[in-house]
Structures are given as C-alpha cells and as structure tokens.
Design a protein around this ligand. Sequence first.
Ligand code: ZN
Length: 95
Amino acid sequence: MNDNQKQQIRHLRQLGLGYTKIAGTIGLSVNTVKSYCQRNNLGAIPVGVCDYCGAGLRHTPGAKKRRFCSDKCRSRWWATHPVYADAGRRLGGRV
Ligand SMILES: [Zn+2]
C-alpha cells in the first residue's frame, strides 16, 4: 500500500464508504483496507446512506440515527412514498 492509497482510504472513509467499496475503488483487498482502518482509528465511524439520494451519512454519537442527509431529502422521500406516509398517520406518526 502506498501513501496515495492510504490517503484515498482516509478520504473515502470520511465520505462514509464501507470497506468493500473502498477496496474495490482503490484496488486493494478488503482485509488490507479493514486492517488499515482499524490500525488508524478509521474503523469506528458508524455510517449509513441517505434513503433518498444515497449520500453517505455521518452519525453523531448520542444522536438519533439519521435516515436522510438533509431535510430536503426527507421531504422528497415522503413525497415519493405516500403509501408509507398514510400508514404513518394511521399509526400516529410512529413509522
Ligand atoms: Zn440525501
């Protein structure tokens, strides 16, 4: 692994990519990426993706897990999933 690859791993990790995706992007094995991240304290970033646009989400420790990267995506998602919105209203908004 060269310095350029290390830098790329850090960068992609910060964007919220998983080990498999990073390994595929850079052309390293998943194990190499995983052990590098764990050694360099990059392993514990809890990540997810926006349900609407697929952008990487950063999780703030202690905060409720987010499903969307922004309010814009949240309202767009609900606008394109009216069935779930109806069900949510019937259940008192607890969906
Ligand atoms: Zn989004």
